[in-house]
Design a protein around this ligand. Sequence first.
Ligand code: SF4
Length: 206
Amino acid sequence: MLPATEPDLIVNGVRVDADLLAARPVRRCSLAECQSYCCTGGVYVSVEHAADVLAHQHLIQPHLPEARRDPALWFDGTAEPDDDHPAGGLVTGTAVLPDATHPVGESCVFLRPDRLCALQATGLAEGLHPWRFKPFYCALHPLVYIEKRIVLSEESEMYLEGGSCNRPAPGQAVPLYELFDAELILALGEAGYAELKSLARARRVD
Ligand code: SF4
């Protein structure tokens, strides 16, 4: 068990919460259980990412229900600074629309009734990386990236109100940095993740 004061690990200038080195008996979320609760309120994306999504609208539209296919509906038109986002610069929000099929009654415009993200479905259908069009913050979830620090945010409303972003897996304790390997590779890069593993071994926790 790591001491409570264990310092963050630093990889590529990004701080990684040492709690992610701890082994816990949990597994990944299940859409059948959480119903994509994390997609309720939409997400901020860099304006460059929004432009990229719009440039590929012809690929994305077939993966959305007809009522959500108009690209004019997809973003909320805001543009505000977000120093946290790795892309830097400005971010804009995905639109949130009424959704009678969702437990909360509204959802991100890219969420489908089957609870899959149309942006991820597009990447898969095109034979690209599943996260080719998926926003950074969505792909990273349930890890969060705040002030260039990566943490597992278990105090968020999503956890407290039933998001069940990770589930008990008795007897299968696994280090969180291994459970969320794809997310950490996204944030740190392949070489950065390899460095994180090396730092973890140096702390003798895996
Ligand atoms: S972009 Fe996709 S993953 Fe992100 S909130 Fe919208 S539906 Fe969910």
